[in-house]
Design a binder for this molecule. Structure first.
Ligand code: GNR
Ligand code: NI
Length: 171
């Protein structure tokens, strides 16, 4: 297994929509294992392939964040929303926006249909952090980022903050 580099905004590769996964062979299994290792090392509650510069419709989520909680890794391949209900606001972070936390409007409950890492279909109903994470990760697969949910002023502030940070860290 290997930890891969997570792309930071404004890297243009974060804007490339993912293609459906068609091959569930060894390369995908290695990618999923690397994504899990990368997500846990970060640490983050989710990670989309897009964030590693891989334009595939695939993300991982583990919302069991407590130190004494057992891990609860879920793999979502080619996910689709079946239902979205209600509205809520959640303070979100993103591994592609280090240091940024913003309130984002999301659906309160979602029902999602996806394939697991072996290509087996499953459905899942979620609320709370899991529902937020599913919507956040699904956005990544379409090249959509948390700033796209913000008003123009907040969006500009986050953009400037990230560009400044990129300039500082590339010295
Ligand atoms: O680690 C993460 N935490 C988080 C918190 C609130 C809402 C969404 C997230 S996802 C984020 C990891 C990430 O960037 N996934 O794409
Ligand atoms: Ni993210």
């Amino acid at each position: 297994m290997a930890i891969r580099t997570i792309l930071h905004y404004p890297d243009k590769r974060l804007r490339i929509p993912g293609e459906p996964v068609r091959d569930f062979g060894a390369a995908l299994q290695t990618l999923v294992d690397d994504m899990a290792e990368t997500m846990y090392a970060a640490p983050g509650v989710g990670l989309a392939a897009t964030q590693l510069g891989i334009p595939l419709r695939l993300f991982l989520i583990d919302v069991a964040t407590g130190d004494d909680e057992p891990s609860d890794l879920r793999v979502f391949v080619n996910p689709e929303f079946v239902e979205r209900q209600g509205e809520m606001t959640w303070e979100e972070g993103c591994l592609s926006f280090p240091g940024v936390h913003e309130e984002i409007d999301r659906s309160e409950r979602v029902k999602v249909r996806a394939l697991d890492r072996d290509g087996q279909p499953f459905e899942l109903e979620a609320e709370g952090l899991l529902a937020v994470a599913i919507q956040h990760e699904h956005d990544h697969l379409d090249g959509k980022l948390m700033v796209d949910h913000l008003g123009l002023l907040r969006k500009r502030m986050v953009h400037r903050q990230m560009v400044k940070r990129a300039a500082e860290s590339s010295v």
